[in-house]
Structure formats: structure tokens, C-alpha cells
Design a protein around this ligand. Structure first.
Ligand SMILES: Cc1cc2nc3c(=O)[nH]c(=O)nc-3n(C[C@H](O)[C@H](O)[C@H](O)COP(=O)(O)O)c2cc1C
Length: 362
């Protein structure tokens, strides 16, 4: 493979987010919620692969959200997850989501190159700063206020490890390395595509300087447009081209009433309220994944899909919103479902053809 799927021809690209963790992006008690059992993960990855969806993107989680479900406690580590999926898929991009402070850059460089070799050039890296102090504590770490200083040094080391064949020394603020070297290199001989999952201005500044895409949330498509304009200005300042991806949770049904009723059922009636309090409380206190207003206004969005944007309705409704996102300037979006393997086939069969018709996908 020479072109990574994220650089493929479709104008509006799609990814599957968080299928590596139980509950996916939801915080719900419905019995059909995603268990992240391995055979289901493989089934979902194969459906997405065959449908031409561009990438599979895991969430990075170490601790569950407590409550009744303890959602996300069961989650697969993301380099080994991508490596395993490379053997059962053929063309989909396979990202790994990595907390910078928890993973040494030499290890990350080797692991990412391993996935890239195993998948013939389909690996990608999603950098996250993290927000949950309880997860940092599991590693004996504290979450810092300026995580992007370390992240800049971290990604610079990875790029250098790929660029250089001779061992080198590195003396930085966060890492000291002697005679550092790594083989194999990635298939293309350079760093695979890098996303940075962030919302705040420092996160965007880091993305503009170091990533290929910002991966971010929005509370309305109009607000998303403002983020895209801001990123365009920032990337023109750094002389780099940095696109913007966003993230959604989807309930797609033959009628709007059915979709809304199911959304209410799983994200309100059956929400795991204690787990939701844990997740929203820790996030609001420690990170700015979202606009502050979003926490107040959209509790249902957090139970429905961890605060991502809801796409609830008929295939036509969902396709129309994606057309709007594309018009606003998004390079694409991830989608998540209550149960990926059960819901992906209907989504692929009904929404993808509408996106083809709209000229967004071939
Ligand atoms: C779209 C998106 C996806 C994220 N995915 C993860 C994740 O998988 N694991 C995690 O710990 N944090 C995740 N985060 C949170 C970020 O790591 C970070 O804590 C948060 O965005 C606050 O940082 P910021 O101020 O730079 O935006 C995500 C954030 C966004 C916007």
C-alpha cells in the first residue's frame, strides 16, 4: 500500500471510534450495549473494512467509570489492538491512541512501526493528553497543566527515530536517551499519519505544529466551523496543512421517531447515572475536551456518546448532517454506535450510498 486510507480520494472520510472498549462511547445500562468481546470487534472491523470506511480508531482508557456498569474498564490496549486487526482486515487504516506520559517514545515508535509493517502501511497515531487523574495515578503519575510541552518532545523523538538510521543521543526536558535507534521503520519510511485529539487552544497549537489532523468535538456545526477557521489560521502560521476531524454518535433507523425513541431509551431512561457523574465530573474538573456550556446543556450527549455530536434519525437525516459537516470544512467524522456489529450494517447499507449520491464519497 502506498497511500494511507486517511489520504484516500473520498471528500468526507469516516472512522469508527471506541469499538475497543466496553460501552463504546456510551454510558448506558441497556443489555445490548457494546461488550467489546473480541469476535464482535473483528466482525465490526470487517464490516467497516469491506464498506470502505477509512479508519478504525480506538479510545485510550485504563480505568472504568464506576457506577453500575464500570464502562470502559474492559478496553484493549491500542497498539496491540491495531496489530491484531491488521491480520483480519485488508484496507482500513488502523490507528493507535496513545497517552503521551504513559508510553515512552522509543516504545511507541517501535510499536507503531510494527503495526505499520503488519498492516502494509495502514497504521496511524492518535495522540491524547488524557483527563482522568485516577488513570494517571495508576501509573504513579500526575496530570500536568501543560501536557503539550512533553508531547512536542515526544513526537519529535519519534520522527527522528524514523528519519535516522544511526543511533543518536537525545537530551531534552522530559527524555534522556543514549544511542537511540529503531528498526523497522514504517512502510513509507516516514511517520504514519498523526491525529491529535484535543479541544483547547494549546491542543490546537500543538496540532498545528505537530499533527496531520486535529480530532475534536463541537456543539453545533456552526461552532465547528469556527474551530476549522481557527485551525486554518494556526496551520497557515506554522506553514503546515492540518485538517480537522470530528466525532459523533449515531442512531440510524428507518423513521425519525424510532431513532429518537431509542436514543431517549438508552441515553436517558437507561443511562448509568453514577458512571455519568464520574465521567462528566472528572472531565469538567481536569480537561477541556468540550466547550464548558456543553457539560451543562447536553448530559444526554454524554450518556449517548461521551459528549460527541449526536446524529439521530433516518439515513437521509444522517447523510444531510454529514453533508453540512463537509460544507463546514471537516475532513470527516468518526461514528460510534450502542452496538457496533449490530448497527454498522444498516448504517453502511443506507447512509453510505446517500453520501455517494451527495458527491462526498466514491
Ligand atoms: C475527540 C476527542 C477524543 C479524545 N479521546 C481521548 C481518549 O481516547 N483518551 C483520553 O484519555 N482522552 C481523550 N480525549 C481527551 C484529551 O486527551 C484531553 O484530555 C482533552 O481534550 C483536554 O485537552 P485539551 O485541553 O488539549 O483539549 C479526547 C478528546 C477529544 C476532543
Amino acid at each position: 500500500m502506498t497511500v494511507h486510507p486517511i489520504y484516500g480520494p473520498n471528500r468526507f472520510k469516516l472512522g469508527i471510534f471506541a469499538a475497543n472498549a466496553d460501552g463504546g462511547l456510551t454510558v448506558t445500562k441497556v443489555p445490548e450495549r457494546w461488550p467489546a468481546a473480541w469476535e464482535g470487534v473483528v466482525a465490526a472491523a470487517r464490516i467497516a473494512d469491506r464498506a470502505g470506511i477509512e479508519f478504525f480508531l480506538p479510545i485510550a482508557r485504563w480505568k472504568g467509570f464506576e457506577g453500575e456498569t464500570n464502562s470502559r474498564q474492559y478496553s484493549y490496549e491500542t497498539f496491540t489492538f491495531a496489530a491484531a486487526l491488521s491480520g483480519v482486515t485488508e484496507r482500513i487504516g488502523l490507528f493507535s491512541t496513545v497517552h503521551v506520559p504513559m508510553v515512552h517514545p522509543l516504545f511507541a515508535a517501535k510499536a507503531l512501526a510494527t503495526v505499520d509493517q503488519a498492516s502494509n502501511g495502514r497504521a496511524g497515531l492518535n495522540i491524547v493528553a488524557g483527563w482522568n487523574p485516577d488513570e494517571f495515578a495508576m501509573f504513579g503519575l500526575e496530570r500536568v497543566e501543560a501536557p503539550y510541552d512533553q508531547a512536542s518532545e515526544w513526537i519529535e523523538i519519534i520522527s527522528r527515530l524514523y528519519a535516522q538510521t544511526e543511533p543518536f543521543d537525545h537530551e531534552g526536558a522530559y527524555y534522556t536517551m543514549r544511542n537511540a535507534v529503531t528498526l523497522p521503520k514504517p512502510v513509507a519510511g516516514k511517520r504514519p499519519p498523526v491525529l491529535n485529539a484535543a479541544f483547547s487552544p494549546p491542543g490546537r497549537a500543538f496540532a498545528a505544529q505537530n499533527a496531520d489532523f486535529l480530532f475534536t468535538t463541537f456543539k453545533s456545526i456552526a461552532a465547528g466551523k469556527t474551530t476549522i477557521e481557527d485551525m486554518a489560521a494556526r496551520s497557515s502560521d506554522t506553514g503546515r496543512q492540518v485538517g480537522v476531524y470530528t466525532t459523533t454518535h449515531v442512531v440510524c433507523r428507518p423513521t425519525r421517531d424510532e431513532a429518537e425513541a431509542y436514543y431517549h431509551h438508552y441515553a436517558v431512561t437507561m443511562a448509568d447515572t453514577a458512571a455519568l457523574d464520574y465521567m462528566m465530573g472528572k472531565q469538567a474538573a481536569n480537561a477541556s475536551n468540550h466547550d464548558p456550556e456543553t457539560y451543562q446543556l447536553h448530559r444526554k450527549w454524554f450518556a449517548g456518546g461521551a459528549g460527541t455530536f449526536p446524529l439521530i434519525g433516518t439515513p437521509q437525516d444522517i447523510a444531510e448532517q454529514m453533508v453540512e459537516m463537509s460544507r463546514a470544512g471537516f475532513a470527516g467524522t468518526t461514528v460510534s454506535f450502542v452496538n457496533f456489529a449490530q448497527e454498522l450494517p444498516y448504517f453502511c447499507d443506507t447512509v453510505l450510498p446517500l453520501l455517494v449520491k451527495a458527491g462526498l464519497r466514491a
